[in-house]
Design a protein around this ligand. Sequence first.
Ligand code: NAD
Ligand code: TDX
Length: 338
Amino acid sequence: MKIVVTGGAGFIGANFVYYELKNHDDEIICYDKLTYAGNLETLKDAEPNKNFKFIRGDISNRAEVYNLFEAEKPDAVINFAAESHVDRSIEDPELFLRTNIIGTSILLDACKKYGIQRYHQVSTDEVYGDLPLDRPDLFFTEKTNLHTSSPYSASKASADLLTQAYCRTYKIPATISRCSNNYGPYHFPEKLIPLMIINALNGKKLPVYGTGENVRDWLYVEDHCAAIDLILREGKIGEIYNVGGHNEKTNLDVVKTILKILGKSEDLIEFVTDRKGHDQRYAIDPTKIETELGWTPKTKFDSGIKLTVDWYLQNKSWWEKIISGEYQNYYAKMYDNR
Ligand code: NAD
Ligand code: TDX
């Protein structure tokens, strides 16, 4: 099988590229625009593999996408490419609409024009909005209504709706997965877990939004990759699968766990102005993918977070290059005087 992985130079996409190269003998073509979040350094161990190829391109550029399909004639497309950071979407939504909505529609148009055996849309639990903190009995199922909070989640929900529309109207053989928060190697330092690890290592304050009581449902990235791989090979066309591992933690708990692993003081924690429209709690019910496809997560949070901290300790040059560049301006804009 020839698989196009869009956004494969980002966090989850790159982990997926490595997962596929390790577990199957398929051809993997990473198609990525290399935005601030894309990084060829992340893919350097894939480069020598005869089954791997990188093509630079933008999913929201129709000519580039059609050229890709004409040249490569892929059997499957897994769409990871997206603007992925909620805080950036609150500052400036437009690029999120272009990449996440128009980009998805162009990929689907290409599938319609050139034919495809499978299109998979990598979506998020954020399309369901949030759950109240005082109702631990509630979970997102695949039937939960879409109810978005941020421009990011609204753009991801739009992409899901387009995928479903193309599946029904044009019979594009599509599937969708909606996963909870991922963590692990190659996570861009703007996101909670890598930001806190790196700040703690650099002796900087750890900026916790609001009271730190918001809850996220954390999944080790390799477990997400395994779920997508299973859906690609055994999932039913037209279906949505929720992916999550019942690993709910408050942000404050996550930050304290990181400090404990690193042997650093909790005095580094600084409570800062809350995110606008901040979702309270995400919690996935993964019953469908567990019972229908036999997926279960392998990595518990306690061991996954240690593996992750260790990876950032062992791979300083990867993140030092990132945080020494444009990231400095981003950090100053988002956190100075917050
Ligand atoms: P990321 O920001 O680390 O990586 C995104 C990648 O997409 C980058 O390599 C970037 O260069 C590329 N890209 C961006 N715009 C592009 C465009 N127009 N054309 C081609 N490539 C483009 O994101 P991530 O955290 O790896 O997330 C990957 C996908 O998974 C996204 O669709 C996201 O919505 C979804 N998701 C993420 C999480 C999470 O916790 N990170 C959870 C659930 C779902
Ligand atoms: O500096 C911070 N301080 C803080 O308290 C940052 C960056 C975040 N937070 C809080 C906000 C959230 O409650 O931590 C939580 C996690 O924040 P993010 O890492 O930005 O992730 P989140 O907003 O939950 O979205 C993530 O999960 C779902 C991904 O970025 C999305 O792409 C995915 O769809």
